[in-house]
Design a protein around this ligand. Structure first.
Ligand code: AMP
Length: 122
């Protein structure tokens, strides 16, 4: 597994070095609007801990952090008012998953009918 890069952009947001449009924060989790939204609502949810990817988080995070993270994702969707009529969550993971920022994050998309899941062409 790749080493965590403490200078990745989300680590810098967590340290307050780069601003974000925050939508939620608790002891374990931060959520903010994506800078290049791909849906009317496009929020990124990240753990405060230093995890490279979903693979890293799911394998090494303490159960308390995993539970807090999953609870927060649902809470954020409800707070945003998108639990109904629904939303999509996505975790790009690693090279083939198209992950660009090496700090685990979930994308939360909502605000329109998102269609079927697609795999982008090369
Ligand atoms: P991924 O390809 O899953 O790693 O997605 C990274 C996401 O981070 C992209 O959707 C970017 O638009 C988003 N992003 C990059 N820099 C920032 C930033 N400073 N603030 C908010 N979102 C960002």
């Amino acid at each position: 597994m790749q080493d965590y890069d403490h200078n990745n952009i989300f680590a810098r947001i967590l340290r307050g070095e780069i601003p974000c449009r925050k939508v939620y924060e608790d002891a374990h989790v931060l959520a903010f609007h994506d800078i290049h939204p791909q849906a009317p609502t496009h929020v990124l949810v990240i753990p405060k801990g230093a995890y490279v990817s979903f693979d890293d988080f799911s394998a090494t995070a303490p159960a308390e952090e995993i539970a807090a993270f999953m609870r927060a994702v649902g809470q954020i969707a409800r707070d945003l008012g998108v639990a109904e009529p629904g939303y999509r969550i996505l975790a790009n993971t690693g090279l083939n998953g198209g992950q660009e920022v090496p700090h685990f994050h979930l994308h939360l998309f909502a605000g329109r009918r998102l269609g079927r899941m697609v795999v982008a062409a090369e």
